[in-house]
Design a protein. Structure first.
Lengths: 229, 229
């Protein structure tokens, strides 16, 4: 089973077709998950989630009541806790629902401590084993995660750029067959290799590394600039 | 001398009073710096920067000509390079201009590989010595950086939350006298301690750590949510 989750990040960073993506997923029988305020956003989009996780303490009573009256599986988290709502959601989805992969919206933007919490939860040893089955999507980025080994990276049409972020120290990182190659890079601290591209006419290239964790960040330019005049 | 720099990130994430901040800085004789497209944004705000750095290859010819005709010090970077434009700017500002501290706007949001490049350049050994003199500001976040040692963290009125992000592995991290305390935390990978707060009536608390690099992320909630109905 596939799953799609909506977190509580700024809605102005959603991809434009988010409602259609959730509708199509639900029609296909995929698992729909809301995390905290993301649960309410789903209902406002006309999508009843199958599972919601959160402490919900930022929601108004009537909004929480609406969720409690409509959602089949509600997991209440403890506001003072070691696990974030999103980590609890991942545990629930992969263990209790045995999902195969999960696409997450609403994880980026807004408060930077929240964004980094979402990005770095991948490094939590309890989450790391799911990392290769997670995808983050926002208005102009798609992020996939790689554990050590050799991996094929596949082109996604709407994203002209692909950057690689080593989230920790890394050993023997290679980028093979992309526009910008890299050979046996090792580094003791996080670093980004930004703005790589697929070679013309090529749909994939390879990466490999011996130790660490890589986030592959597909991205596109979006005209979000105010008229300054 | 103080300095203020504008990078090329999305303008819709600027703090609302950015034009007033740059005008006041320029009136005080502070150094005004544009990096790549940020140089053009400054001119569109009616501010002629003192120094610009970039390869400028995303600018139209007439826009580059306007910059070249108005700015006293232009540093052209090589598009294929080890140093990013922003790293080159930091070197120039701290070494050639001997600035004391630097506030950076336009470093967040948009393409996540760009944002992480800006955040993680702090870890570059050539930049790390300037880290404690840098501040990033956007619409809802203010970030300061700490090298190992004991530090006083001071309240900033408009930000109710403060999170601490260990950008690398960390040793013996303590948070003393804040709402959520932490004692002798050590960890092998990056982690965020989000949503801390100053105690009521207190304007400061202490942090200390023996090894690593901490980003202190001051933040506030901003209503950036679409009307979904």
């Amino acid at each position: 089973m596939k799953a799609y989750a909506l977190l509580g990040g700024p809605t102005d960073l959603w991809p434009q077709n988010i409602q259609a993506q959730f509708r199509q997923a639900q029609a296909q029988g995929d698992l729909i998950i809301g995390v905290d305020r993301g649960s309410l956003f789903l209902e406002e989009l006309g999508i009843i989630p199958d599972l919601v996780v959160g402490d919900f303490d930022s929601l108004q009573k009537k909004d929480l009541a609406q969720i409690e009256n409509s959602v089949a599986d509600i997991r209440y988290s403890n506001p003072v806790k070691d696990w974030t709502d999103t980590e609890l959601m991942l545990q629930t989805a992969f263990r209790d629902y045995a999902i195969q992969n999960l696409t997450i919206f609403g994880a980026t933007g807004g408060r930077i401590d929240h964004f980094l919490t979402n990005l770095w939860m991948i490094l939590n040893p309890a989450i790391r084993s799911f990392a290769s089955r997670l995808t983050f999507i926002d208005q102009q980025n798609l992020i996939k995660f790689f554990n050590p080994g050799r991996h094929t990276v596949t082109k996604k049409e709407i994203y002209p750029y692909i950057g690689f972020a080593s989230l920790t120290s890394i050993r023997d990182f290679n980028i093979i067959g992309a526009r910008y190659k890299l050979k046996n890079y090792s580094g003791d601290y996080p670093r980004v290799f930004a703005s790589n591209e697929f070679l013309t006419g090529h749909e994939q290239f390879e990466i490999s590394f011996a130790k660490g964790m890589i986030a592959a960040i597909y991205s596109k330019d979006v005209d979000r600039f105010h008229n300054l005049s």
